[in-house]
Ligand binder design. Structure first.
Ligand SMILES: Nc1ncnc2c1ncn2[C@@H]1O[C@H](COP(=O)(O)OP(=O)(O)OP(=O)(O)O)[C@@H](O)[C@H]1O
Length: 542
């Protein structure tokens, strides 16, 4: 039974084609780059089809073409067996193609219903008919959505479900999900995958992009691997390991994992003492966003903070960087009280930052790569000499970062916006590591980065840690937290509520603690194997 009929004037006819989508000979060129070269993909109806590939391989470009955001230079698209041509996403939506972007696009201060109907008021109005339809879709696919809930009160996983519901409401029968699990804890990933299976059971089709190969193998029916703009093959999830898939993506063997060794010293690098920070809500209520935060990171130590996004991690980073005034508490860097020093001075004193939102805080998207290399480090070498910028040296150093960090780009004069997401991230990591920081604040350092580049970034962080770097690691990737951290703390509602030993804790246990289900010291159960040391052993999701 098809519970989800096509709404409004959308014109999807019952089709005899078994294929939801057929892309043939798709080529897309940008100046200096062939993003997609003669790509062929067939997506069978009622399946989950994963698209994997290295950073810059061309996955997003291909999906933007399918969703009408980009025009292909060559090639054809067929939806439900009929050739189509999309000029914009509206055309794609009218043919039943919907896309859930990685960055959610919901209005916080509106309800779920208001968010869902926004822009589609003609379909079922804005009142009871819309409410009934939302409930119907929610029930049909087990989304558990309450139309009158306020979006600001929803966690990340619920927001994602609202985004999915939004595209279903508009009549999508093929859903494109761009890295849907990047922000979810393991339990939420399982719930999402249950939702995807429900969609599939009702004959809908899902295409999803992911770098988490273990997850891809657990949920996908078909996998297409793209390398450097072309399809290099398909993989059968039943008989492929994450390691084999990674090697198919990269085209060579991945380096073998490094064993864990402690480099923690007893020299404090960052001391955060009794920090409290309050914020005023739009309705005037003052509440603590950080409370009783107390920890020390030593030279050579990685302290990992686990927590569902929105529990105070961003505020903690902003407090350490001097972007927010502490209500109480003291911050000490390498023995110096920095509680009152301005942000620029803190950077000059040796704090490097990989920000959680690379677009808002990490890059000037419309500026060329070499200007982005200078960003945040204008007064430091090699970018400046005395009080003058040294453009020649800055450009040469940008070339070095591009080489060493394998930033895939036609040159350093292209804008940061033209890089793929993962390559933007590699540029930021390269820039921040280049100033030999004493303390690195790494918020989601490998978000959107492929397995090969992720392994490389981890090695770079480990190498610097061996030299005495102290790292504050904030990540939604629990394997990353467990694999990289020497010490783990769990943040919940602005407090550090639990600590765990990364050598024994499992991602599932950590995931439970993050949702507030556990506090204190998290003991590993006796049978726990707890070895999530590195993705390259092939067993874990990334
Ligand atoms: N608007 C654009 N202008 C110029 N080049 C672009 C543009 N969009 C993408 N590219 C280039 O096309 C190539 C493919 O990028 P795309 O974003 O499709 O890769 P991806 O596989 O999605 O990578 P990631 O996993 O890092 O998100 C990259 O070299 C990228 O720099």
């Amino acid at each position: 039974m098809l519970l989800h009929s096509c709404p409004g004037e959308c014109a999807i006819k019952a089709s005899s084609s078994p294929h939801a989508v057929e892309l043939r000979g798709i080529t897309k060129r940008f100046p200096g780059v062939v993003a997609n070269h003669d790509i062929d993909i067939t997506v069978a109806r009622g399946t989950v089809h994963a698209l994997v590939g290295e950073n810059g391989a061309g996955k997003s470009t291909l999906m933007k073409i399918l969703y009408g955001m980009q025009k292909p230079d060559e090639g054809t698209i067929a939806v439900d067996g009929e050739q189509v041509s999309f000029s914009n996403p509206g055309d794609a939506i009218a043919r039943g193609i919907g896309m859930v972007h990685q960055h959610f696009m919901l209005a916080d201060y509106l309800t779920v219903l208001e968010n869902v109907v926004l822009g589609s008021e003609k379909l079922y109005g804005i009142g009871d008919r819309a409410r009934t339809k939302i409930k119907e879709i929610s029930d049909a696919y087990g989304l558990g959505i309450r139309p009158d809930a306020h979006v600001e009160d929803l966690g990340v996983a619920d927001r994602q479900r609202v985004e999915i519901l939004k595209v279903l409401y508009r009549g999508a029968r093929t859903l494109i999900l761009d890295e849907p699990t990047a922000v979810l804890v393991p339990q939420e990933v399982d719930a999402l995958f249950d939702n995807l299976r429900e969609l599939k059971a009702e004959g809908l089709t899902v295409i999803f992009i992911s770098h988490k190969l273990g997850e891809v193998l657990s949920v996908a029916d078909d996998i297409t691997v793209i390398r450097r703009g072309t399809t290099v093959g398909t993989a059968d999830p039943a008989s492929t390991t994450p390691k084999q898939l990674a090697e198919l993506m990269v085209g060579s063997e991945l380096p073998s994992p490094e064993t864990r060794e402690s480099t923690v010293t007893d020299v404090p690098m960052l001391q955060v003492k009794e920090v409290r920070l309050t914020a005023t809500d739009p309705d005037g209520v003052v509440r603590a966003v950080l409370d009783s935060i107390d920890f020390t990171i030593h030279k050579g130590e990685v302290l990992g903070i686990a927590g569902v996004e929105g529990n105070g991690q961003s505020e903690l980073v902003e407090a350490i960087m001097g972007m927010r005034h502490l209500d109480t508490g003291v911050l000490t860097l390498d023995g110096q009280d920095i509680s009152q020093t301005p942000t620029r001075k803190r950077r000059e004193d040796g704090i490097g930052v990989i920000p959680e939102d690379r677009h808002r805080h990490g890059l000037l998207l419309e500026a060329p790569l070499w200007e982005n290399r200078i960003l945040g480090h204008v007064t430091e070498k090699p970018n400046s000499r005395g009080s003058f910028l040294d453009l020649k040296a800055a450009r040469a150093d940008t070339e070095r970062i591009v080489r060493e960090y394998d930033v895939r780009t036609p040159g350093i004069d292209v804008t940061a916006a033209s890089l793929s997401g993962g390559n933007q991230q590699k540029l930021i990591v390269g820039r921040e590591m280049s100033h030999n920081p004493k303390l690195l604040i790494a918020a989601h350092p490998t978000r959107g980065v492929d397995v090969g580049a992720q392994a490389q970034i981890w090695d770079q962080i480990r190498e610097a840690r061996r030299e005495g770097l102290a790292v504050l690691l904030i990540s939604a990737d629990l394997d990353e937290l467990i694999g990289l951290s020497d010490t783990l703390r769990v943040m919940y509602r602005g407090r550090l509520v639990a600590d765990a030993d990364p050598a024994t804790i499992t991602p599932e246990e950590l995931g439970s603690a993050m949702t507030g289900a556990a506090s204190g010291h998290l003991e590993a159960p006796a049978e726990s194997d707890g070895d999530a040391d590195d993705p390259r052993d092939g067993g874990e999701d990334r």
